[in-house]
Design a protein around this ligand. Sequence first.
Ligand code: PBG
Length: 333
Amino acid sequence: MELTYRPRRLRHSASLRSMVRETILNPEDFIYPLFIHEGDDIQAIEAMPGINRWSLDSLIEEVQRAWGLGIRCIVLFPKISQSLKTEDGAECFNEKGLIPRAIRRLKQELPEMTIMTDVALDPYSSDGHDGIVNSEGVVLNDETIVNLCKQSLVQAQAGADLIGPSDMMDGRVGAIREVLDDEGFEHVGIISYSAKYSSAYYGPFREALDSAPKALNNKPIPKDKNTYQMDPANAREALIEAQLDEQEGADILMVKPGLAYMDIIYRLRQESDLPIAAYNVSGEYSMIKAAAAKSWIDEKSVVLETLLSFKRAGADLILTYHACDAAQWLKDR
Ligand code: PBG
C-alpha cells in the first residue's frame, strides 16, 4: 500500500513511544484519602481490601509511608461514634474532635504534607445526611451552611491547607471563603466538590464511616441524597455548579465520582482554567479489587490505566485509594 501517514511508525519502539507520550502520571497527582477512628486498633474495611480505619498513631506512620512514596496530599475522613452524632452534627466543629486532633498531630510530625479536609455533616449527623434535616424531612440549605463554616474554621485553625466542601449546599464556597478570610486564613485554599453526583458508587465509603442515611424515631429522613447531590443524567448543570464555585472563590474544582463521569471532567477542563480534581471513589476501588482478587483482571495494569485516563480526560489531581500502590508501581517502573 502507498500510505503517506502510518501512525504505527511512532509506536515502533519503547523509546519512540515514550517520546510521544502525551500524559504522564506522577505520585504528586494523587490525593490519598484516609479513614480514622477513635480507637487504638487498625480496622480493615471489608468492601475495600487494603484500606483501613487508622488510629491516630498508625495514621502518622501511614502518612509517613505515603510521603516516602512521593504523595504530597492526603484527605481525612472520620468515623464518629454513634453517641456523638446529633441532628445538627455539632461535633463537626468541636475543636477537640477527632479531625482537628489528627490535623494537629500530622502538622507536628510532617508539616510539609498538604492536608485536605472534607466539609459536610454526614459523619456527624444522626440522620446520615450532609445537611440538617428538619422535622418534615427537608435538608436545610442556609442553616447547614452556618455549621459548615464553623467546621471549616476549626479545620483551618488546626492547620488544614485545603478545605473540601463535599455537601453540595448552595452558596457554601462563598460563605466558607468569607469566614476563612475574616479569621485570618486567607492562605487556606478551597477544593470544592463542584460536580458531585448522587451516586451508588459511594456504597463502600458509607460502610467505612457508617454514614448512610437512616431514619430514627419516626422522623421522615430522605433515603437518598437526591435533593442536593446532582442527577447523574445532567452534564450542563455541572458547568453551572463549577461556574458558581469559581465565582465564589474556589481554588480547585472537583468531579465525583470519576470513572462514569469522564465527560464531565473533560467539559470542565474546556470551561475553566482552575486545576481540576477527579475523585476515584470507593465503589470504583472495590470493583477493581474484587475483580483482581478473582484474577479476572491484572490489578496493577488496570489501576495505572484508570488513573492515567483521569489525567488524559483533563484532571490535574486524582483522589484515589490506590494512591500508595500506584506510587510504588510508578517508582518500580
Ligand atoms: C460525604 C462524602 C462521601 C464521599 C466523600 N465525602 C459520601 C456521600 O456523599 O455519601 C464518598 C467518597 C467515596 O465513595 O469514596 N460528604
